[in-house]
Every structure is written in structure tokens, then in C-alpha cells.
Write a new protein. Structure first.
Lengths: 253, 308
């Protein structure tokens, strides 16, 4: 293992975060605060409780998941896409570094960033609403698994995309809608029966449900199913990355 | 001494079906400066990129310092520094950080004194804290050289190091190559400037359409380059070369009207004066004379044309 190279890439990526602190850390915190103001204070005051939890507190896990997913995805996608775009990727590809090490470094940096954002949102939320965490172990598990899985997905997108439009496609047009419709701001039991069934096709439902269960002990789907789906995503991402390694897809001619 | 780089029957066919390299075999001697010459699209960059691990070979083998470039890629790549033809740089990074990053990629502990020395050598030290986007084109190219040297490679690839740079920078680059060679670094450069190959190289290889068509010591090429031909157009037809002129190695054309004399411009005596005196003595008169020189350019163009 070339640990020096992993460290070099990881620190390089983290330095980029530091340089773009506004974009990387502050803007997600700001947008989350706005969600609280709009959904929590303004609209939420008209919805008293969801399954015994105040609406403001109810949306916290969903908000954290929403940011965790979109941040992981776009951080990782941009992290690997930008050197491909500028051409500096040649340096990594001609260094004594394996694809495996490259992935650890880029995905690790992207996941670190989104985990930081998630934590900041969590702490910010504490100022607005009372939050309890009933199952800390599962909370951390879902939190880390989601950050890593979506960073891996982002990494794949960053390799697949050959322009900025494609790069933005998944975070903006796929994951954000799925997260909004996946119960970030409501319990799917609030939906008419037909739409409840349709919603179950949305993979994000299982992630948010499991994460919310770890807070308040209530879930839209069973914990086992949530965990299974989360792991399924992780395995699928790893399989795709393994295939990219083998074929050199879009990285090596 | 075994070659530092050994390429054996290397073939590369891109997914588009284009065959960029057709069974290329090439050995690079430790410590030499090797110039790879060829027209655009000849396969120069593909060859370099394949050796450096940027392009996957379709067939064949590459050894760097005896290490197989595929199965033992870490040891092989550890020895190589690459300065690519384009100038890809991360615009927002600081000069010194990006050079340190390059060293880190090779798994080496940081060595600020070395980075300082490299940046000073390349007159980039004053710019060390500037973002890369603030550098001029010439500085960016020097920065890429600095990055390639950060892990102290034994072999340095320079892909078109002087494409589109001004005269001063070109001479700087030549000087730098000389310095690196003195330190024992093996250098492989591609170029389509013949002048450049003449200036820097110990050996010259010509590649065209994915095939190496010539590899020769530069001195040998220069010897060929030094050959000149004197052509005499005679006033009267000559049946055969008189015995008194036998020592000159003259050639008589079929129609008997042209005599050709080959000589070395760099020899102490070209023999032209003697030849002309002896011609006069033999009663051979001529209407016209001209001399032609075979340049490396001619050899090159000739080779490339012959292949086409």
C-alpha cells in the first residue's frame, strides 16, 4: 500500500475544502437553517406532531440525510472530475498508486467533508429543537454508511461524467427529488395508500427511515430492511468501482 | 549494462480501432538522452504514455529498470518522471504545494530542501506561494518539470518540451536537459524539431505511423548529415572515368554527362581542389557544378515518405 500517496491526495482534497470553506461548509449549513425556518417554524407550527414527535424535531434526521447524500455525491463527483477536466489526473495515473488507493483517498476526503457538514447540521439543529437519539450506535452506523456509499456513487459519477452538466445531473435531478419524496419532511404514512406503495420504490426512503428510527424509534419500514438496502447500495457501488478498475473506464485509453 | 527501459513488441490499438503502435521494440540506455522524432500522429505520445502507465498496451511488454511496467507497476513507475505535452495544472493551487503533492504521490517523505533546490533551479522559487493560474506559459512548463523531478526519478520523459515556447525558454530547456544528464538522469524527449534532437540527443529514433523506422547514434546521423555531393555537368559526353581520376570514387551517370563526387565537409581536406586540377589535366571540361547536402531533415523526410 502506498500510504504516502493516499495521505497526499486526501490532504490535497481537504485543503481544497479549506480554501472553499464558503461553498463546502457554510452554504449547506445556511440552507439547512433555512429549511428549519421554513418547514420547522413557519409551516411546522401548523403541524403539531408526527407520531408523537414535534414536527421540527421530526425533520431533523431527514434534513441531515438530505445534506449527507447530496454533499457526499457532489463532493466526491467534483473531487475526481476536476482533475480529469484540467488533465492533472495524469499525475495520479502515472504515479505508483493503485486504483484502490486512489478511491480510498478521494472517497475518504469526500466522506469526511460530508460527515463534517452532517455534524454541523446536527449541532445547528440542537439550537432549534429538542432532539433525542435513542439508538446512537445505529445512528452512527447509518450516518457513516450513507456518507461512504454516496461518496462512492459520487466518485462513479465523477468518472462517468464528461461535462459539467452530466456532473450535476445526478445530485440535482435524481438524488434531491428522491430525498424530498423519500420522507425527509414527512412520514410516508401521511400519504394516500397508493402513493405509499409507489414511494417504497424510492431507495432513499429506506435510508431516511432507518436513520430516523435511530433518533425516535419510529420508522416507515423495518430496521432490517433499511439496513439491507443501505448495504445493497454500498455493495452495488463497490461492484461498479471494481469494474472501473478492471477496465480503466474513462481513465485509461 | 542492461537497458534502463526495454520495450518489447509493444502494440496499442485504441477502442476506435486505430492502431497507434505496431509492434514497437526499443531499448533505452542508462544515462543517455534519447530523442524520439516523428511527425504529428506518429505515435510518440502513445508510446510515452504507455510506458508511463497512462495507456494500456494491447500487446507486448515494457520493463523499466528490469521491472515489468504492468505486473510490477509500483517499482517501474517509481523510477519515472513525466512532463506531458499539454500543460495540465490545477489553477488554484500554490506552486510549492503542488510540487510537494507530486512527491507525496510517490509515497516519499517530504523533503523541503529538495523542493527548494528544484524550484530554484527552475527559477520558480520567487513564485512558490503564487497560485498556478498566475504563472506564464513558460513558467507553467517549468513547473511541470519541477513536479516531475520532485520524486528524484532515474528516467525523465519530456513530451514536446519546447512546443510553442520562445527561443529563450527553449535554450533554458536544453541547458536543463544537459544538467540532468550530468546528474545521471536518463532522458527521453519527443520533438519534431530536428534542431533540438541535434542539440541534445545522444541517440535519435524516428517513429512514423506507429513504427520505429530508425534508431541511430546521433554522431552517426551527423556523419551522414556531413556528407555533401558535388555534381559536375560536363560539356562533352564522357565514355568512362579516366584512370588518373580512379582514386576519387567518382560516379558517372548513364548518359555520360554528369559526374558525382561525394565528400565529407568536416574532413580536413575535401579533395575538391585536387579533383578540379586533375579534371583539367585530364582535359574534362564542365558547364556547371552544384553541391547538395543531405540533412537530418532530408533523411527524415525520405524515411517517412518511403514508408508512405
Amino acid at each position: 500500500m502506498n500510504f504516502g500517496a493516499i495521505k497526499a491526495i486526501y490532504l490535497f482534497e481537504m485543503a481544497r475544502t479549506k480554501r472553499t470553506i464558503m461553498q463546502s461548509i457554510i452554504s449547506p449549513v445556511l440552507s439547512t437553517t433555512l429549511y428549519f425556518v421554513v418547514f420547522g417554524a413557519a409551516i411546522g407550527s401548523r403541524i403539531t406532531e408526527v407520531d408523537g414527535v414535534s414536527y421540527g424535531a421530526f425533520i431533523v434526521p431527514g434534513l441531515i440525510m438530505l445534506s449527507l447524500m447530496t454533499q457526499s455525491l457532489s463532493n466526491a463527483a467534483f473531487g475526481i472530475y476536476f482533475p480529469r477536466f484540467t488533465g492533472t489526473i495524469f499525475e495520479v495515473l502515472s504515479a505508483p498508486v493503485s486504483f484502490f488507493e486512489v478511491t480510498i483517498a478521494y472517497v475518504g476526503a469526500a466522506a469526511t467533508k460530508s460527515i463534517l457538514v452532517g455534524l454541523i447540521i446536527f449541532v445547528t439543529a440542537l439550537f432549534f429543537v429538542p432532539i433525542e437519539v435513542r439508538h446512537p450506535f445505529w445512528m452512527v452506523t447509518f450516518f457513516l454508511l450513507t456518507a461512504i456509499t454516496f461518496s462512492l456513487l459520487g466518485f462513479i459519477i465523477g468518472i462517468w461524467a464528461d461535462n459539467f452538466e452530466k456532473l450535476q445531473f445526478f445530485p440535482l435531478l435524481v438524488v434531491t427529488p428522491l430525498a424530498f419524496l423519500g420522507g425527509s419532511f414527512y412520514s410516508i404514512t401521511m400519504l394516500p395508500e397508493f402513493w405509499q406503495k409507489v414511494t417504497l420504490l424510492n431507495p432513499v426512503v429506506y435510508l431516511i427511515s432507518g436513520f430516523r428510527w435511530s433518533f425516535y424509534g419510529q420508522a416507515d419500514v423495518s430496521l432490517g430492511l433499511s439496513l439491507f438496502m443501505t448495504c445493497l447500495f454500498l455493495v452495488a457501488s463497490l461492484a461498479i468501482i471494481h469494474w472501473i478498475f478492471r477496465t480503466g473506464y474513462k481513465l485509461k485509453a | 549494462m542492461p537497458p534502463i527501459i526495454s520495450v518489447k513488441s509493444l502494440r496499442k490499438q485504441y477502442d476506435s480501432g486505430f492502431e497507434a503502435l505496431k509492434s514497437v521494440s526499443l531499448d533505452i540506455v542508462r544515462g543517455e538522452v534519447f530523442a524520439l522524432l516523428g511527425p504529428n500522429g506518429a505515435g510518440k505520445t502513445t508510446l510515452i504514455s504507455t510506458i508511463c502507465g497512462l495507456v494500456r498496451p494491447t500487446a507486448g511488454e515494457i520493463f523499466v529498470g528490469g521491472h515489468n511496467a504492468i505486473t510490477d507497476f509500483r517499482a517501474a513507475r517509481q523510477m519515472i518522471g513525466l512532463v506531458p505535452q499539454e500543460m495540465p495544472t490545477a489553477p488554484f493551487e500554490k506552486v510549492i504545494d503542488t510540487v510537494a503533492f507530486s512527491r507525496g504521490l510517490f509515497g516519499l517523505p517530504s523533503k523541503p530542501a529538495l523542493i527548494e533546490e528544484i524550484l530554484k533551479d527552475l527559477t520558480l522559487w520567487d513564485k512558490r506561494d503564487n497560485p498556478i493560474m498566475s504563472l506564464s506559459g513558460g513558467m507553467k512548463r517549468r513547473l511541470l518539470v519541477a513536479k516531475a523531478l520532485a520524486h528524484e526519478p532515474a528516467v525523465l520523459f519530456l513530451d514536446e518540451p519546447t512546443a510553442g515556447v520562445d527561443v529563450e525558454l527553449r535554450h533554458d530547456m536544453w541547458r536543463l536537459v544537459g544538467q540532468l544528464k550530468d546528474r545521471g538522469v536518463t532522458i527521453i524527449l519527443t520533438t519534431h524539431y530536428i534542431e533540438e534532437a541535434e542539440e541534445m540527443a545522444d541517440r535519435v529514433g524516428v517513429i512514423n505511423k506507429g513504427e520505429i523506422i530508425l534508431v541511430e547514434e546521433k554522431a552517426e546521423l551527423m556523419r551522414k548529415l556531413g556528407r555533401k555531393e558535388l555534381t559536375l555537368v560536363l560539356s562533352e559526353q564522357l565514355g568512362e572515368i579516366p584512370g588518373s581520376l580512379a582514386g576519387y570514387g567518382l560516379e558517372l551517370s548513364e548518359d555520360g554527362f554528369t559526374l558525382t563526387y561525394g565528400y565529407d565537409t568536416r574532413a580536413e581536406r575535401t579533395g575538391i581542389t585536387h579533383l578540379l586540377t586533375d579534371l583539367a589535366a585530364a582535359g574534362i571540361r564542365f558547364n556547371d557544378l552544384n553541391t547538395t547536402q543531405s540533412s537530418l531533415e532530408d533523411i527524415f523526410v525520405d524515411l517517412v515518405k518511403r514508408q508512405a
